[in-house]
Write a protein that binds this ligand. Structure first.
Ligand SMILES: Cc1cc2nc3c(=O)[nH]c(=O)nc-3n(C[C@H](O)[C@H](O)[C@H](O)COP(=O)(O)O)c2cc1C
Length: 368
C-alpha cells in the first residue's frame, strides 16, 4: 500500500514526481542576437484546445533562461524514440548547442529539429513565476507531425512507449487480429510433421505483436540455423521474411508506420527513404502475387551468424485475415532461393493446413 507523508525531502518529492511518465521535448527559441537556444524539458503539457495553448516550465537557474524570458516565440520539439542522444545533448549547457544539429526555421525563426515525433511552434502569451521555475504559456500557431513514435521518460530513465499489450480493443483500433491462446496448442501439434515433410528446416510461427513481427513458436531442425531461437524475438519488418509477409498481407494501416521506421533504421547510402519505400512496395506487390515472402542470404544473418535463406507465408483465420506468419529458414546451401521451388510451395500448403486447423478449432469452440 502507498504510505502518505506531509514531511518529505526534495529527493522523495522528485521520486514521486518521476513516477509520472512523460514524453521528452526540446524547447527552442531565438534570442535578440539571432542565437538559437534549446533545452530538454519534460514539463511540457497541453493546456487548451480552443484556443490552442500549451505550457512548459523552466528553471530560473537555466543558462538559457534570459533568452526564453525575452523571446516572444518558442517551439516544442517532441522527441522521437531514437533521439536520446539529442535529449542528452540539450540537457547540458554549452556555448553552441546547435552545432551539428539538423534543424529548420519555424515562426519567429525558432529552430525546428529534424526527426522529431512532432512539433508545435508557439507565440509566448504568458510567463508565470512559480517558485524556482517560470511557467510559460504558448499559443500554438503551427504544428508538424512525422508519425514517428515518441520517446518516454519516467523515474529518471528513458523509456519506450507502446500501447498496452492486454487492451482488448486494440484490434478494433487497427491492431492485427489476435490468435486465441487455446488454438495455438492445436497449431503447434502440427509443426513437427510439417517440418519433417518440408525437409527438416527450421520453422517459426510469428504473430504481429505491439512491436511488430514476434516469434511465438520455433520448430527446431536437425540442421540448426542458430542456437538463438527465442520466443518473443521481434523481427524487423523490412529485413525478415516474416516481416515482409506481414507487410504484404496485413493492412497498411497496421504495418505502414513500422515499415517507415524500419527503412529509417536500416539506411542505404545514396538511396532516399522515398525511393526505398517505392522499391519495398514493389517487392510487396511481388510477394502478394506469389503468395510467399523471402529473404535470401549472401552475408551472415545478424540473428543466425551464417548466410540463411528464409521463406514466409500467411496463416489465415476463418475470415481469411492473416493472423500468423509461417516461416521456414535454412542455411543458404541447404535451401534453394527460388520461391517457386518445392519447399516454399510446400510451405504455402502447410500454411493452408494450419489455417484449416484454426478454422476447425474455432468452429468446435463455438459449438461447445
Ligand atoms: C528528461 C529531462 C527533462 C528535463 N526537463 C526540464 C524542464 O522541464 N525544465 C527545465 O528547466 N529543465 C529541464 N531539464 C534540465 C535541462 O534540460 C538542463 O538544465 C539544460 O542544461 C538547460 O539548458 P541551458 O543550461 O542551456 O539553459 C530536463 C532534463 C532532462 C534530461
Amino acid at each position: 500500500m502507498t504510505t502518505s507523508t506531509s514531511t518529505f525531502e526534495q529527493r522523495q518529492l522528485r521520486d514521486v514526481l518521476g513516477t509520472f511518465v512523460t514524453g521528452v521535448t526540446v524547447v527552442t527559441t531565438l534570442d535578440e542576437h539571432g542565437v538559437a537556444h534549446g533545452v530538454t524539458a519534460n514539463s511540457f503539457s497541453s493546456v487548451s484546445l480552443d484556443p490552442p495553448l500549451v505550457l512548459w516550465s523552466q528553471a530560473l537557474t537555466s543558462k538559457s533562461y534570459p533568452a526564453f524570458r525575452d523571446s516572444n516565440h518558442f517551439a516544442v520539439n517532441i522527441l522521437a524514440h531514437d533521439q536520446i542522444a539529442i535529449s542528452n545533448h540539450f540537457a547540458r549547457s554549452s556555448e553552441d548547442k546547435f552545432n551539428g544539429i539538423v534543424h529548420d526555421s519555424g515562426i519567429g525563426g525558432v529552430p525546428v529539429l529534424d526527426g522529431a515525433a512532432g512539433h508545435l511552434e508557439c507565440v509566448k502569451v504568458a510567463a508565470y513565476p512559480s517558485g524556482d521555475h517560470v511557467v510559460y504559456i504558448g499559443r500554438v500557431e503551427r504544428i508538424g507531425h512525422s508519425g514517428r513514435r515518441g520517446l518516454a521518460f519516467g523515474s529518471g530513465k528513458y523509456m519506450l512507449a507502446y500501447s498496452h499489450d492486454l487492451e482488448a480493443s486494440s484490434f478494433q483500433r487497427g491492431g492485427a487480429r489476435p490468435v486465441p491462446l487455446d488454438s495455438l496448442g492445436a497449431v503447434r501439434e502440427l509443426m513437427p510433421a510439417i517440418a519433417a515433410r518440408l525437409g527438416d528446416h527450421t520453422l517459426c510461427l510469428a504473430v504481429w505483436g505491439n512491436h511488430g513481427p514476434t516469434a511465438i513458436h520455433w520448430e527446431p531442425s536437425r540442421h540448426p540455423v542458430s542456437d538463438q531461437l527465442l520466443t518473443g524475438l521481434v523481427m524487423p519488418v523490412t529485413q525478415s521474411a516474416s516481416g515482409k509477409a506481414f507487410a504484404a498481407f496485413l493492412s497498411a494501416d497496421i504495418t505502414g508506420p513500422f515499415i517507415d521506421e524500419d527503412l529509417r533504421l536500416f539506411p542505404v547510402s545514396g538511396e532516399s527513404l522515398a525511393a526505398r519505400r517505392v522499391q519495398f512496395d514493389e517487392e510487396l506487390a511481388g510477394i502478394r502475387q506469389k503468395g510467399v515472402a523471402s529473404t535470401i542470404g549472401t552475408d551472415p544473418s545478424p540473428l543466425h551468424g551464417v548466410p540463411v535463406n528464409s521463406f514466409s507465408v500467411p496463416v489465415r483465420d476463418t475470415d481469411s485475415e492473416m493472423v500468423m506468419a509461417l516461416t521456414l529458414t535454412s542455411v543458404a546451401e541447404r535451401l534453394r532461393a527460388d520461391p517457386d521451388g518445392e519447399v516454399p510451395q510446400g510451405l504455402i500448403s502447410a500454411a493452408k493446413e494450419i489455417s484449416e486447423r484454426l478454422k476447425a478449432h474455432s468452429i468446435s469452440e463455438q459449438s461447445c
